[in-house]
Design a protein around this ligand. Structure first.
Ligand code: AMP
Length: 300
């Protein structure tokens, strides 16, 4: 078993999509990631919540093979995010970001987390991402995600963190904004130039591209009939990706291509309901079934 150590936001989200509305539900980049990845590998969660964070959410995470020793409960309010989507479900419109307890968070990794070989720096302040990475002792694969909020407020710190990671993962709009170019091939090259050996660019319903300096892989998104809430799709994608690599303990490019398909499978399930609701009733059989469906879809 190869555990994954993740740092990122653990949040209370309020979300409106054309298909419904929820208030103060469990969310956050580390939460979506951990729940998705827990179908493949054990998870060490690093983050902070306030004392307003409902105990049942922590109980849920624990029930999913997610170690919460690294989830600090601080005096104050939990990070919260409020956003909405129009019919273009690829674009999240942020209405409010309240960092709250994340403003003063100084992550200290429990000893049992330090030796994990698989590390995910989920979307959060890039300075916190680096602080966590610096405490790990033998990382074999380090993946990071980010978003416009951090590109706009902490670009230099973000580039500093990028220098230390193996894989940078972000959506197309974020890749363009970070690299200040429209062309995605050019964006990937610029990001590779900062240090990562692989760049994965997610294009929502249009699929995903994976670049190294020598190779280029493209996969479609699973065509879905029933999408309710795209929040957490990116983190669920990362969960399937790193989860599969950790489960197989194989980080070759050939295996990463399979991991991209598991990633797309997990992202496709996550958007079928609000918050973590789809994952709460997801089975291994459904995951395997959709993976097989993907294989059929891409043979020619
Ligand atoms: P995604 O997978 O990209 O849809 O990420 C969704 C999650 O990101 C939501 O559950 C939010 O709580 C979280 N989030 C939103 N803004 C930020 C931010 N600035 N930093 C960290 N997490 C965020």
């Amino acid at each position: 078993m190869h555990p994954i150590t993740v740092v990122g936001s653990v949040a209370l989200d309020s979300i409106e999509t054309p298909f419904g509305k929820v208030e103060s539900v469990i969310g956050g980049s580390a939460t979506h990631f951990s729940t998705s990845a827990s179908f493949f590998a054990p998870i060490n969660l690093v983050g902070v919540v306030g004392n307003d964070f409902p105990k049942e959410h922590v109980k849920f995470l624990k029930s999913r093979n997610i170690d919460t020793k690294g989830l600090e409960i601080a005096d104050g309010l939990t990070f919260s995010w409020k956003g909405y989507y129009d019919y273009d479900l690829n674009t999240a419109h942020t209405l409010e970001t309240n960092l709250n307890v994340f403003e003063t968070f100084d992550p200290k990794l429990p000893d049992s987390y330090k030796s994990a070989e698989f590390i995910f720096l989920a979307n959060i302040d890039p300075e916190l991402q680096l602080k966590v990475l610096e405490q790990t002792t033998q990382p074999k694969l380090v993946v990071m995600d980010t978003m416009n909020f951090w590109i706009e407020s902490k670009k230099q710190h973000l580039i500093r963190t990028l220098q230390e990671v193996d894989i940078a993962m972000m959506n197309d709009a974020e890749a363009r904004e970070l690299s200040e170019t429209h062309n995605l091939l050019d964006a990937a090259r610029r990001i590779l130039g900062w240090g990562p050996t692989t760049v994965i660019i997610k294009k929502g319903e249009h699929g995903v591209l994976m670049f190294t300096d020598k190779t280029h892989f493209a996969a479609p998104a699973f065509p879905l009939e029933d999408i309710k809430d795209p929040t957490g799709a990116g983190d669920s994608f990362a969960g399937g990706f790193i989860g599969y690599l950790a489960k197989t303990n194989d980080v070759t490019e050939a295996n990463m291509r399979k991991a991209v398909i598991y990633a797309s499978v997990m992202a496709s399930f996550s958007v079928e309901d609000f918050s973590l609701n789809r994952f709460k009733r997801l089975t291994q059989k459904e995951i395997d079934g959709r993976y097989a469906h993907f294989e059929e879809m891409t043979i020619f």
